[in-house]
Design a protein around this ligand. Structure first.
Ligand SMILES: [Mg+2]
Length: 237
């Protein structure tokens, strides 16, 4: 009956990893006080996502090899690999969307032999002991440097069923366009406050158990509000 097929998008920091690596990187190698101030300003809509990262990067003092070593010290959710396997066996596309930085995502995926997963993020360029940030996916979104909502619009079509898994503030634009949402922490509270239907999760074991049931029942239904939002966006392009 339905020709819909799911496409899965996953946040990185605090969703795939057990900690927010980006945040901890800026606090460890930049200025913790400036980071806390800037993040608070960004969350109250007083600063764009791009300006937030530029502000945090301004204080960073580290070499590339030190930053890479730091990245390697972070763990991922122990059940993420099983979820990835399930997607692979069922030919479901899985993409990581991050408003963080490429170097630690690349290192952590490689350390866990998951480098084949495509990811889209901002880009850090190391220059002796400082970093410069590039924004390859800049859009007109005032909240994000790499807007996950825009990424979803770019990477899906009208017949895709969009699944999104995330935990934080920078996932807000993504859930606007997603049909099936798995949320925890700050994103869960956002969904609650905005009457957005979601499934709560603690780990990818929870995500897999629910997602497997939906996938096997083939009961794919678009979320009405997300569909309207996408249609609006496709038409305005
Ligand atoms: Mg996150």
């Amino acid at each position: 009956m339905t020709s819909l097929f799911p496409k899965v998008f996953v946040d990185f920091d605090g969703t795939i990893t057990t900690h927010d690596v980006g945040n901890e990187f800026f606090r460890r190698f930049g200025s913790e006080a400036e980071s806390i101030k800037a993040v608070a300003k960004w969350k109250s809509d007083g600063m764009s996502g791009r300006d937030l990262i530029l502000k945090e990067a301004e204080f960073v003092k580290t070499t590339q090899s030190e930053a890479v070593e730091f990245a390697k010290s972070f763990d991922i959710d122990g059940s993420f690999r099983t979820f990835v396997e399930f997607c692979r066996q069922n030919s479901i596309e899985l993409t990581i969307l991050s408003d963080g930085l490429d170097f630690y995502i690349r290192e952590i995926l490689a350390a866990n032999r998951l480098s084949e997963i495509p990811f889209y993020s901002n880009v850090a360029r190391f220059d002796t002991d400082t970093i410069k940030i590039d924004f390859p996916y800049e859009s007109n979104c005032p909240k994000c440097a790499n807007c996950k909502g825009q990424q979803i619009l770019t990477r899906t079509g009208i017949d895709d069923l969009i699944v999104y898994i995330g935990n934080g503030f920078s996932d807000r634009c993504a859930v606007d366009y997603a049909d099936i949402i798995f949320a925890k922490d700050e994103l869960l509270r956002y969904c609650e406050a905005n009457n957005i239907t979601y499934f709560p999760f603690e780990s990818f074991a929870d995500v897999l158990s629910k997602f497997r049931k939906i996938f096997e029942s083939k009961r794919f239904r678009k979320r009405h509000r997300a569909e309207l939002k996408r249609r609006e966006a496709y038409l305005s392009e």
